[in-house]
Write a protein that binds this ligand. Sequence first.
Ligand SMILES: [Zn+2]
Ligand SMILES: [Zn+2]
Length: 236
Amino acid sequence: MSKLSTIINLIKDIISPKICYSCKKEWHFLCPQCLQNIKKYNWFCYNCKLKSDDFEIHKKCQKYVYYEKVIILTHYKNNLIKKLIKDSKFYSRQEILNDFWQYLSTLFLENEWVINKKDYIIISSPMYFFRKIVRWYNQSEILSKSISKNLEIDYNFKIIKKVKHTKQQSKLTKQDREKNLENVFQINKKYIEQIKWKTIIIVDDVISTWTTINEISKILKENKVKKVIWLVIASD
Ligand SMILES: [Zn+2]
Ligand SMILES: [Zn+2]
């Protein structure tokens, strides 16, 4: 962080101090102690929901999906988490994400043995450009950029584009979901060489439906990406 932005943040903190949503102590919106008290996800395989070290998708489960790891911090069912994530979507409460990108960075390093950072690229979950304009800012992009800076891993938000608006996946049947996603995501041809044999980390606040994460992972794999890891704050 630059000196100027540090000073600006300091002033902002003095004017409106961060208060933990749970214990009301200062300096965090969700303090580390309160995060400890919330039920966090234990290691499991996102495909079969059974135990698996480091959130790794079991070898036998990898036959059905295009990703290798889905790392999830906590449960979306928790009302405190739900409120924090909802509030982080407002520009004025953007700083809630500061706590989350730090927790996600740590969680990532705990669950992935990184030998060479150059083998990794961080991206954010693709959002249709029109929605991005309406929403003013994209919290998934802020999370990814901050994690990228913190872990010193390259970030590129242009690798995958969402080229069509889609109906909300959760409201559709399984068949309609697959149809709804046909030709929605596209790889940016400019970066095909850059992603070859790399591990792509996709960061998001809440995990999308299985069909969405599988579709995005599939496109990456079709373009010779070695490994796909999802890193998210919460899931149901
Ligand atoms: Zn607290
Ligand atoms: Zn499994």
